[in-house]
Design a protein around this ligand. Structure first.
Ligand code: AKG
Ligand code: FE2
Length: 427
């Protein structure tokens, strides 16, 4: 069957019309099991934006069973902006639809799309990072990041601190004081009884950020992924064992997490967060083998299949999530050393197996969480928040975890390995 090429470089609406017109783009089933492919073809949930139905192609029925399906209807309710999203949704659900959809072209189309479309709003920043969304708004700050040796430092030491990036105003902090008092009095503010951290966190979308006058901070943090894509040297790292996953691409691997929510954390007197890594080793899988600078620890015959590459070589130990760079903006005017609450960064701690192992073994530096300070660090590094000592002060920070989806991601629902033919490797 000849499949129609979809030029998604065209305007989105004409590209969408082409998609609808060319059922071949979408559907091809090579297995002739009556009804089976359709019932196992769980289409992505497009919510309100599209409804998809398929129908057997009569000319391809063998023994009464269809071998190919065509796109029967594709009702797309908001055609313009959502075309890229649509492709991405298909791509993300390719494990479910791959028997019915030729995902190979879909994959390359999506990757082309991601690499070629500059985002023009904060929302698109999740999808692609080919251009900094905030270049205009934050041009000077971003330039300062590049011109200074900040990014080189980040890559060399695993972290970097930059003062006076964006300060939070007193009025924002006052609004937050009121909100957190309300929450605490409703008994909702405090986290469960946990001993590793005692702070309170919530997530701000852009509307929340506007409410508190934190939209610049919010936008800035969401701008960083694309900026880092343009300026970090990814060749310094070993190539990852897997192909890039949507929405990351090989050229531009960093993206914002789905939802674009920025965490706000509050620490009152005596609150702390014990040493931890934001992306620690994951012990639920790959439990025996550790590939650590060429040393293999653990009995080889006990290695689980996911420990080995297809050629039998050892894969690096998996991490527990997709976080790659942690970006924190501190919000605390007049914070002093005697107030406690330092962010303690343990040096050379990227490869530490258990975070508690750093204590008394690794050197650290303490970072004062003062207003406007930006801290960027490799999410694997071990760090802690030391106890806050001032009963009258609240320590606040905004955090965004910039992700690199192909790095690991067993925690992510969209995680699959892709083999060289574009097929999904069952795990
Ligand atoms: O607030 C900070 O300085 C760091 C907080 C932290 O480590 C985290 O939320 O994972
Ligand atoms: Fe952390």
């Amino acid at each position: 069957m000849v499949r129609t090429e979809i030029d998604i470089g065209n305007s989105l609406s004409s590209a969408f019309e082409a998609l609808v017109a060319s059922s071949e783009f979408m559907i091809k089933s090579s297995v002739s099991t009556w009804g089976h492919q359709l019932s196992s073809c769980r289409m992505p949930d497009f919510g309100d934006s599209a409804t998809v139905t398929f129908s057997p192609r009569p000319s391809t029925c063998e023994n009464g069973n269809p071998t190919e399906y065509i796109l029967f209807t594709f009702d797309f309710n908001s055609p313009m902006e959502d075309f890229g999203m649509l492709c991405l949704e298909l791509y993300r659900h390719r494990a479910d639809i791959r028997h019915a959809v030729c995902i190979k072209d879909l994959e390359s189309n999506v990757l082309d799309f991601l690499n070629s479309q500059p985002p023009d709003t904060g929302k698109d920043a999740e999808l692609t990072s080919s251009e900094a969304i905030g270049d205009e708004k934050f041009g000077l700050i971003l330039k300062q990041l590049v011109d200074s040796d900040a990014l080189a430092k980040l890559q060399q030491d695993g972290f970097v601190v930059i003062d006076n990036v964006i300060k939070t105003t007193q009025s924002s902090n006052e609004k937050l004081d009121v909100a957190s008092q309300a929450k605490t009095s409703q008994g909702k503010g405090k986290a469960d009884a946990r001993d590793y951290r005692t702070d309170r966190v919530s997530f701000l979308d852009r509307v929340d950020a506007l409410e508190y006058g934190l939209e610049d901070q919010h936008d800035f943090l969401l701008t960083l992924a694309s900026h880092l894509n343009d300026n970090l040297d990814f060749s310094l790292q070993d190539p990852p064992p897997y192909k890039p996953m949507s929405p990351g691409t090989a050229e531009r691997p960093l993206t914002n997490p789905t939802g674009f929510n920025v965490q706000i954390a509050e620490y009152g007197e005596n609150d702390y967060y014990k040493p931890h890594s934001d992306n620690s080793f994951d012990f639920r899988i790959n439990p025996y083998g550790v590939f650590d600078g060429g040393t293999v620890t653990g009995a080889k015959d006990k290695l689980s299949p996911s420990t080995l590459n297809s050629d039998g070589t050892l894969l690096p130990r998996r991490r527990s999530n997709w976080r790659y760079i942690t970006a924190i903006l501190y919000m605390n005017e007049g914070w002093e050393k005697c107030d406690g609450g330092e962010l303690r960064m343990y040096l050379d701690s990227v490869g530490v197996l258990h975070p508690y192992m750093v204590v008394d073994r690794h050197k650290y530096i303490d970072i004062n969480p003062s207003n406007g300070k930006l801290l960027l660090f490799d999410s694997r590094m071990v760090h802690s928040v030391e106890k806050v000592l001032n009963e009258d002060k609240t320590r606040r920070a905004l955090t965004l975890w910039i992700i690199r989806p192909e790095e690991n991601g067993i925690a992510g629902e969209d995680y699959f390995l892709i083999d060289d033919d574009g097929g999904v490797v069952e795990q």
